[in-house]
Design a protein around this ligand. Structure first.
Ligand code: GLN
Length: 203
């Protein structure tokens, strides 16, 4: 009901492909309502959106097929928080190194390199300091992960691994190369939920 919807916060998780279920579970553990988003109607009913990891070329193709790309762009430009993890970060990026033809939302003013950690280190876990989230570092799972090679002037770096940027924020947009939904640490989802709460308060 309308009153209900207005009183409770709903975070959407784009559920076209990839590990959306793990994000939904993590959001529930944060105590917020989460909803899988596959249609334009469902997108209209959420206050924020997570674009999960998976295969970026498939996710963007399906987004275009269901007409969600334009709508996500419009809502993000109107201030709705969007958080892309791994493939989701690639989909949000302005440029994708070596793949100039790969369609993308172009929301986040960054260049990403896909599968950038190389074959030898396909997947790995590491304790990643994220000063914004305080101590201790978060446990970050990287799976055929991208990293960010260039950032625009309005982009803030929230975490790096050596010289590789792996977590950024640009106003209402958050992009990370790794998978926080595969660990028990709820802090990064909690941080995003607070961005969504702040957005809702302005509506
Ligand atoms: N390598 C994948 C891609 O380029 C991303 C991997 C992931 O999301 N875990 O789409």
């Amino acid at each position: 009901m309308e009153t209900n919807r207005l009183s409770s916060l709903t975070v959407g998780v784009l559920a076209l492909q990839g590990d959306f279920e793990a994000h939904v579970r993590t959001l529930h553990r944060c105590g917020v309502q989460a909803r899988e988003v596959r249609t334009a109607q469902q997108l209209q009913e959420v206050d924020g959106l997570i674009i999960p990891g998976g295969e970026s070329t498939t996710i963007i193709k399906l987004m275009q097929r269901y007409g969600l790309d334009t709508l996500i762009r419009q809502r993000a430009e109107a201030g709705m928080p969007v958080y892309g993890t791994c493939a989701g970060l690639i989909v949000m990026a302005r440029e994708i190194e070596g793949y100039p033809q790969q369609p993308r939302l172009g929301l986040l003013d960054v260049t990403v390199a896909r599968n950038a950690f190389g074959r030898q280190v396909d997947s790995f876990e590491i304790d990643l300091p994220v000063p914004r989230l305080g101590e201790p570092p978060i446990r970050a799972v990287f799976i055929r992960a991208p990293y960010i090679t260039h950032i625009g002037e309005n982009v803030e770096v929230l975490a790096s691994l050596d010289d590789k940027v792996v977590l950024v924020q640009q106003a209402n947009l958050l992009g990370g190369a790794f998978h926080p939904e595969l660990t028990d640490d709820l802090r990064l989802h909690g941080y995003f939920v607070e961005m969504v709460r702040a957005y809702r308060r302005q509506q």
